[in-house]
Write a protein that binds this ligand. Structure first.
Ligand code: V0D
Length: 256
């Protein structure tokens, strides 16, 4: 009884949102999401953490389709950080099976909906079976011209910036340019997101108000949006609420 009541009290509201008016102009071009709260979602239900990761995968499908319908061009999803290797080995092993499972279930629809899959992160350390599934999805969708579904996977922003610094230092040492000649564009071009626009909006779920080593350089002008809802409960109405809020902010601060 107590357990049941505690669960009722402490669970976040299901994301029951009123329909939000969205203007067809001024849709954010690039939305990046920190998909937090899978473990807590599971704990609240008395389920193992991995059940939360699995439910989180279902939310990816919903949000991808919602973003595609709205005409968003790039959806970046932070699915695994370079620090996540420190988690218990059995959890890491489970996580490394999710890309395969996700792609096995969803690839046909992604192909059919004109979605292009990409990976932003370091390929080394990723188990071969995981990487093979990701590379196959990238290959099968590379000609698609619709939404870019960009998985930040084995990604960390400081390491990304450090790598850019090393590339530029190397170029200076080789005599290709001087330190004074280095531009912001040069730095952007050395990042893993080189061929993508900067995110217009960053969403983090599950009540944490931090950026946690995610797209630190690229987020310079991004609107930040936070919700207490756990990632597995994130749905289309809540996604549309976030985009509506983005549009209200852009109307207030833009155009001056
Ligand atoms: C667990 C919530 C899809 C976040 C979503 C290994 C944590 C479910 C992918 C995926 C994960 C990655 C690359 C790709 C296709 C799919 C994924 C991880 C975790 C980290 F090309 N879900 N998902 N990757 N979870």
């Amino acid at each position: 009884m107590w357990q049941r009541l505690k669960r009722l009290w402490t669970q976040p509201e299901p994301a029951a949102e009123e329909a939000v008016e969205i203007m067809p102009d001024n849709i954010p071009v690039h939305i990046a999401i920190i998909m937090d709260g899978n473990g807590r979602w599971a704990k609240r239900r008395g389920l193992p953490r991995v059940a939360g990761h699995h439910a989180g995968m279902k939310a990816i499908k919903r949000v991808t389709m919602a973003a595609n319908d709205l005409g968003v061009k790039v959806l970046t999803l932070y699915s695994f950080s370079t620090e996540n290797w420190k988690r218990p080995q059995d959890e890491v092993e489970f996580l490394m099976k999710l890309p395969q499972e996700f792609l096995l279930l969803e690839i046909e629809e992604l192909v059919q909906k004109n979605v292009q899959v990409r990976m932003m992160g370091w390929r080394d350390n990723v188990p071969p079976h995981t990487l093979a599934a990701v590379e196959e999805a990238i290959e099968r969708t590379k000609e698609n011209t619709g939404l870019i579904l960009n998985f930040a996977f084995n990604y960390g922003s400081r390491l990304e910036i450090l790598s850019a610094i090393r590339q530029l230092a190397e170029a200076v040492q080789q005599g290709h340019l001087t330190p004074e000649e280095i531009t912001e564009e040069d730095v952007s071009a050395c990042l893993l997101s080189a061929d993508l626009p900067d995110p217009d909006m960053i969403i983090r779920t599950s009540g944490e108000i931090r950026i946690s080593n995610f797209m630190l350089w690229q987020m310079a002008y991004a609107e930040l949006w936070f919700t207490d809802i756990y990632w597995p409960d994130f749905d289309e109405p809540l996604f549309r609420k976030a985009v509506g809020e983005y549009q209200r902010r852009a109307r207030r601060y833009g155009g001056l």
